[in-house]
Design a protein around this ligand. Structure first.
Ligand code: GDP
Length: 392
C-alpha cells in the first residue's frame, strides 16, 4: 500500500531507473535508492542531496520506511568511509574491470588513484612490486590484475594462467602487508567454484568439489590468492577482503575471437556477419550452458561499496542473480546487432561448466543491487565496440 506522493523524480534521478520500472517495481526502486544513498554517503556527494532523498523516502509507505532505515544505517557510516584524498592503487587498470573501477573512483571524487602499466611494473616480480609499494605507499588496494581469458585461451595456455596468476597475487598481497596497506580488495571469479555445485552458488561452496577442467589452472591460482587474503587476515590482522564477481562484460572488453569470453565474442561475430552479408553466425557448443552476466560498471560500483563497508573473512558474491542460456544470449545479441541472422551451433567446441549462477543474497542483504540489465548492457557494449573498432 502506497500513500503520500508517487515515486517520481528523486528516485529516477538518484538511481537512473526509468519511471516505468519504478512504478512497476517500487520495491526495487526503493532498494536501489537506499543503495545509492549508501554510495552517496561514501563518495562525498553533497550531504544535502542525501538528506533530501531520505526526506523524500519518508513520505512513502512502509517499503520506503524500510529503505529509509537501511539508508540511514549506511549514512551513519559516513565518517568511516575512505577519505577522497586517500592513495588507492588499482592493479590492472587497463583491463575491463580495472578501467571501470578507475572510472568509478574518479566519478566519486577520489583524487589519488595510483596505477602502473605492465611496462612500468611487472607484477610477477616480487622485488619490483615491493619497491613500488615502498615508493608509492598505497593506503588502499583494489587488486584486479591477472591473466584472464575465455574457454579457448584457458585450454591453450594453462601453464601461463597458473604461473602468472599465482605470482601476481603473491607479490601484491605480500607487498600490501609489508607496506601496511589499510585495506585490500581481491577479486576472485565465479569460475573458481566447483564445477557441479548446487545452484545458485553460495559463497561457502568454494572448495567443496572438483573444478571445471577447462579453467582448472586459472581457478587454482585464483583460489590460492583468495585463500592468501584469509591467511593474511588471520596471521597478520590485515584488512584483506575478497569478492567473487560473476561473468563480466562491458566497455573495454576483449573482442579477440581466440581469447575472449562469449559475450564480446558474439558481439563481434554478429557484427562481422552483418558487414560481410553472411546470414550464419557460429556459436560454440550446444547453446544450452547457462551463464550470468554483470555489466562491468555495476561491478565497479560494488567494489567501491565493499571497500568502504565490508570487512569480513568470508568472500562475497557479486552478480545479478539471473542467468540465461548461451542460445538465449546469442538470440539477444543477434536481435540488437543483426536481427536477420541465423545462429548455427558448433558442437565440436566445448560447453564448459553447465551452469554458474551466483547466490547474491549476502550482497543484497547489504542493500547493493545491480542497475544495468542485460539488454541495456549489450547495447552499451556494442556501442563502445563500434566507437573503438573493436580495439582493446
Ligand atoms: P566460461 O564461462 O569460462 O565457460 O567461458 P566463455 O565465456 O569463453 O564461454 C561460455 C560459453 O559460451 C561456453 O559454453 C562456450 O562454448 C560458449 N560460446 C559460444 N560461442 C562462443 C564464442 O564465440 N566464444 C567463446 N569464448 N565462448 C563461446
Amino acid at each position: 500500500m502506497r500513500r503520500g506522493p508517487k515515486l517520481t523524480d528523486p528516485v529516477v534521478f538518484f538511481t537512473g531507473l526509468s519511471q516505468a520500472t519504478i512504478l512497476s517495481d517500487p520495491v526495487r526502486g526503493l532498494r536501489e535508492l537506499a543503495a545509492h544513498i549508501f554510495f552517496s554517503a561514501d563518495s562525498g556527494y553533497a550531504r544535502k542531496d542525501v538528506l533530501a532523498a531520505l526526506a523524500y523516502l519518508h513520505t512513502v509507505d512502509i517499503l520506503g520506511a524500510t529503505a529509509l532505515i537501511a539508508g540511514m544505517g549506511q549514512t551513519a557510516n559516513m565518517n568511516d568511509s575512505i577519505p577522497p584524498d586517500s592513495r588507492i592503487y588499482v592493479s590492472g587498470h587497463r583491463g575491463l574491470v580495472g578501467s571501470a573501477i578507475c572510472r568509478r573512483l574518479a566519478a566519486d571524487g577520489y583524487q589519488n588513484v595510483l596505477t602502473a602499466s605492465r611496462d612500468q611494473l611487472d607484477l610477477r616480480d616480487q622485488a619490483a612490486v615491493s619497491c613500488w609499494f615502498a615508493e608509492q605507499q598505497p593506503e588502499y588496494v583494489i587488486h584486479v590484475a591477472g591473466k584472464v581469458g575465455g574457454i579457448e585461451a584457458n585450454r591453450a595456455y594453462p601453464a601461463e594462467f597458473l604461473y602468472d596468476n599465482l605470482m601476481i597475487h603473491a607479490t601484491v598481497l605480500q607487498a600490501a602487508w609489508r607496506h601496511k596497506t589499510k585495506k585490500l580488495l581481491y577479486l576472485g571469479s565465479s569460475c573458481i567454484y566447483p564445477r557441479d555445485c548446487p545452484q545458485p552458488i553460495k559463497e561457502e561452496y568454494l572448495l567443496t568439489g572438483p573444478l571445471e577442467v577447462t579453467n582448472e589452472a586459472y581457478a587454482i591460482a585464483k583460489i590460492a590468492g583468495l585463500k592468501s587474503c584469509q591467511a593474511y587476515r588471520r596471521q597478520y590482522d590485515c584488512h584483506f577482503i575478497s569478492a567473487m564477481p560473476t561473468n563480466l562484460y562491458g566497455p573495454g572488453d576483449n573482442f579477440d575471437l581466440e581469447t575472449s569470453h562469449v559475450l564480446p565474442a558474439l558481439i563481434r561475430k554478429f557484427h562481422e556477419a552483418k558487414l560481410s552479408g553472411s546470414e550464419d553466425v557460429v556459436v560454440w557448443g550446444s547453446g544450452s550452458p547457462k551463464r550470468e552476466f554483470l555489466y562491468v560498471d555495476d561491478l565497479a560500483n560494488a567494489c567501491v561499496f565493499l571497500l568502504n563497508q565490508y570487512d569480513d573473512e568470508q568472500t562475497i558474491n557479486i552478480g545479478t542473480g539471473q542467468d540465461v542460456t548461451i542460445g538465449e544470449l546469442a538470440q539477444q545479441i543477434g536481435d540488437i546487432v543483426y536481427p536477420t541472422s541465423r545462429v548455427v551451433f558448433d558442437a565440436t567446441k566445448p560447453d564448459g561448466t553447465p551452469r554458474k549462477l551466483l547466490d547474491v543474497g549476502r550482497l543484497h542483504a547489504l542493500t547493493w543491487r545491480h542497475t544495468t540489465e542485460l539488454e541495456e548492457g549489450i547495447r552499451r557494449t556494442y556501442q563502445w565496440f563500434l566507437e573503438n573498432n573493436g580495439e582493446t
